[in-house]
Structures are given as structure tokens and as C-alpha cells.
Write a protein that binds this ligand. Structure first.
Ligand SMILES: Cc1ncc(C[n+]2csc(CCOP(=O)(O)OP(=O)(O)O)c2C)c(N)n1
Ligand code: SF4
Ligand SMILES: [Mg+2]
Length: 317
């Protein structure tokens, strides 16, 4: 099969990287449909909020006409982290809490892809809490959607880092006593350059946030409330107008580059606000590494691989 070349702009240096993709049988290549994207029947409980997030991910792929070889879906372990199983494209269901380091490797080595990572509140903020902070501070280009249900669903109802005080679970039979973390504040403090909040019960808003996150050049984080109907039913009713709650959107006058204003929004009592809290442009680790690699390659220009190796060995002498 012949090859076609895709030109990928290098965002810092303005260089063009060339990446090969398999040639197409026809000139016109249509976008994928949900039918072509949906893999196995999702094994989530009927009514689980995660179904909505998956459906909107398919919608995003359809809308943005991404092709199989350009979609990468990575997750850790948990009900929400089963996500990549259900997407007919490249992806990995990785170690509990370790989705982000894995996704970082893909992002740094394949600038032509957009990497999506999905996970739960336990996966992201408990076992994976350190990776969350470090991926955010490094500003590695990817979109991380945390499907926050305030509980460990897969392991059948343990307290998670976002469970509210007093929540009765198998690990806190008298009610949770530990103060929950605030994912939005944590993301901003860690250095994420795009921080947004949405909820599974508002599909248009989920799609809007995922699309804006994908378009951000940097580490984009979306907290998506996603109800666990089995172990925390009704947790988010107060944010759902169909259940008597209120869905407050971030005011258009909110300055997304104002860190303090973003913290203030994040500090609002539940149900709080939904939308983009924080968004700033900062060079990514991806672009910095491209610059380092380009200059390193310049130094060994014209040499054969064995000669580069020889040079390295000579330096060790
Ligand atoms: C190293 C390790 N520790 C613990 C577990 C058990 N475990 C699997 S999923 C999970 C928590 C999942 O909770 P969350 O990330 O909130 O996902 P949810 O199921 O709620 O979507 C735990 C503790 C594991 N698989 N691996
Ligand atoms: S246990 Fe909860 S989070 Fe897991 S699939 Fe069922 S409803 Fe969803
Ligand atoms: Mg959870």
C-alpha cells in the first residue's frame, strides 16, 4: 500500500513534522460513525452515568472526523476506566492509577495524535493522585476526563477521595470522617492549564467541554460528575433540573485566565458551577522536548547509527 504524508505543525518552533499514515482506498475519507466506533457492549449497570460520557465521546469523534488510527483512549482501573474496552480504536486499560504516565509516553512520542485519558475519582485522586499532580505541572498535552461518582464503584462502595463527609460506605460504616478533596482546586493548584467541570446529565455541555478540552494545547482536565446508580444513587440530583436541582453555568464575564477567580468558583458549595473555570496558554512539555530533540539530532547530523553509538561509548571512556 502506498503512503500519504500528514503535515503536523510543531507548535513551538513552527517546524513541520512529517508522519506517515496508511493510504486510503479512496480520495474521500468519511468520518467514523458510532456503529464503527462502538466495540463491546458496555458492561456498566443500566442507568450508570458513564454511558452518557461514552456516547458523547463517540459524538466528539464523529463531529471532529477523527479516524481510528488517530484516536487513543487510555484509562486506569475502575468501572469508569473500562472506557477503552468500549471504543473501537487504539487504547489501553492500564494499571490502577497509572493511566497518566502511560498516556504521557504516547503524547510525547506521537505529536500527531490527541490522547484522551478517562478514569474515576479513586483512580485519579487516590492511587493516581501523584501522577495527576505531576502530569498537570508538566503540562503534557492530553485531555483527562475524570468521571467522578464520589465512590469506588467497581469494588462495590468504598469511600473515595471525593466522597462527602458523612457518606456511609463499606470502609466508613459510621460515615466518612476525612475531608474530601476538591478536584477543581487541586487541578488548578497542580498547574493544569485547562480546568473545566460538567455533568453526565447535561449531554450538550459534556460535548462542549470535551471539545474545548481537546482544542487546548496543554494538559486539559475535565471533572465530569457521573452518577453511580448502584452505590451512590441521587448523589448529583441537586445539579440536575430534571430532579429538582439547578445547573448553573459559569458566567460569560468570568475571566478564565484569573487563577483566583477560578478558585472562587471552585469553592462554591454543591452544586456549584459548570463550565471552564481556568484556561491559560503555557509551553507544553511536548514542544520543549521537540526543541531538545531537534538540537540533539542536529549534533549527530549525517552520522550513521553505529557512529552515534560509538561517540557515546567514546565519551564513557
Ligand atoms: C493496585 C490496585 N489497588 C487496588 C485495586 C482495586 N481497585 C480497583 S478499581 C478501584 C477503585 C475504583 O474507583 P474509581 O476510580 O472511583 O472508579 P469507579 O469504579 O468508581 O468508576 C480499586 C480500589 C486495584 N485494581 N489495583
Ligand atoms: S457500580 Fe456504579 S459506577 Fe460501576 S457500572 Fe454500576 S452504576 Fe456504574
Ligand atoms: Mg468512582
Amino acid at each position: 500500500m502506498s503512503e500519504i504524508k500528514t503535515e503536523i505543525p510543531n507548535r513551538t518552533a513552527g517546524n513541520i513534522l512529517s508522519v506517515s499514515a496508511p493510504a486510503l482506498p479512496t480520495e474521500e475519507r468519511k468520518g467514523l460513525t458510532k456503529k464503527e466506533l462502538a466495540a463491546d457492549q458496555p458492561t456498566w449497570c443500566p442507568g450508570c452515568g458513564d454511558f452518557s460520557v461514552l456516547a458523547l465521546y463517540f459524538k466528539l469523534i464523529e463531529k471532529r472526523k477523527m479516524w481510528h488510527e488517530k484516536i487513543t483512549t487510555v484509562a486506569g482501573i475502575g468501572c469508569s476506566s473500562r472506557f477503552p474496552y468500549f471504543v473501537q480504536a487504539h487504547g489501553a486499560h492500564y494499571i490502577h492509577g497509572r493511566a497518566l504516565p502511560f498516556a504521557s509516553g504516547i503524547s510525547l512520542s506521537r505529536p500527531d495524535l490527541h490522547v484522551f485519558a478517562f478514569g474515576g475519582d479513586g483512580d485519579a485522586f487516590s492511587i493516581g493522585g501523584n501522577h495527576f499532580n505531576h502530569t498537570a505541572r508538566k503540562n503534557i498535552k492530553m485531555t483527562y476526563v475524570v468521571m467522578d461518582n464520589w465512590v469506588y464503584g467497581l469494588t462495590k462502595k468504598q469511600t473515595s477521595p471525593t466522597s462527602p463527609l458523612g457518606f456511609k460506605s463499606k470502609t466508613d460504616t459510621w460515615g466518612a470522617v476525612d475531608y474530601p478533596i476538591n478536584p477543581m482546586k487541586q487541578a488548578i493548584a497542580a498547574g493544569a492549564t485547562f480546568v473545566a467541570r460538567t455533568t453526565h446529565s447535561n449531554p450538550n455541555h459534556v460535548l462542549q467541554m470535551m471539545e474545548a478540552a481537546m482544542d487546548h494545547d496543554g494538559f486539559s482536565f475535565v471533572e465530569c460528575l457521573s452518577e453511580c446508580v448502584e452505590f451512590y444513587e441521587g448523589a448529583f440530583d441537586a445539579s440536575n433540573p430534571r430532579k429538582g436541582g439547578v445547573f448553573n453555568v459559569v458566567s460569560p464575564s468570568h475571566n478564565v485566565t484569573d487563577e483566583l477567580a477560578a478558585y472562587k468558583l471552585a469553592d462554591e458549595a454543591f452544586p456549584g458551577y459548570f463550565g471552564i473555570f481556568y484556561k491559560v496558554n503555557k509551553p507544553t512539555k511536548n514542544t520543549k522536548e521537540i526543541a531538545i530533540n531537534t538540537s540533539a539530532m542536529e549534533k549527530v547530523k549525517g552520522l550513521k547509527d553505529w557512529q552515534i553509538l560509538q561517540k557515546s561509548f567514546d565519551r564513557l571512556k
